[in-house]
Design a protein. Sequence first.
Length: 286
Amino acid sequence: MKNNRLSAKDWFERILLALLFTAIGSLIMIVFSPWRPLLGSVEDYLGRIGLIVLLLAAVLLVRRRARFEKYWQILLGLLIMTVAVSLDWFLGIYLIKHLGVNGGTPAGFALMKLNECAVIVCVIILFTLLSGGSLGSIFIQKGNLKLGLILGSVTFVLAAAGSIPMANLFNAKDLSLARIVPWIPWVLISILANGALEELLFRGLYLRKLEPFFGKFMSNFLIAFVFTLLHGSVNYTTDQYLFLAILLPLALVWGYVMQKTDSAWGSILFHAGMDIPIMLGIFSNL
């Protein structure tokens, strides 16, 4: 009988890999955030360029060494994430400074979010294909489309139905149906764009890359944990701890739906639906 128990060396490898993935992923999304970067202008630009060069060199080096080749896909994912969020930051500045887009209105906010989605998704797709991967490797494929659409649509409708009371968790002010109706096109653009970019940037980009080391469940859990951790400093909720307590199981379910349907469509719709009360809260304060 084959012994499937992991050795002490295997456990050490997986724990170290999980810690490095969490640390580097957090560095990318917190220090070099596309929304609120922590460094000054010059340091930020140099840091992003330096990290991209370092990760690119690591990908090329590791891929050529048989001993370490199995790690190159994870490094590739981190490289893609760094390029994606950096281009998102640069082009977001361009929209504000040179095109005069006002993110302080529902229409302007939706345009910024759509731009963000286009940049991030295009970078993920382009780098995946250039590296020899397929769209299926990032869950952009039909998969079990029927199941995905059923799960996504049902949860979207349920979330929409309860969005007004749920919006109280996101500092909503003076919400009424008459006030919300003109926002509907901008809410839909914002939530679908955000759902697509976050599902692909986290789960789509990493689930298959982590599975050889951690298996399906632990890969999903690790990504959900990092995803939740990165939302620890958001400023659009009135109760940070309650928000994170809700977000972690939701992130686990989004990953499960993606794995179960072998496609991103269901989790994108589910995620978009759960973003409705957040957008209502944000728009009510613009």
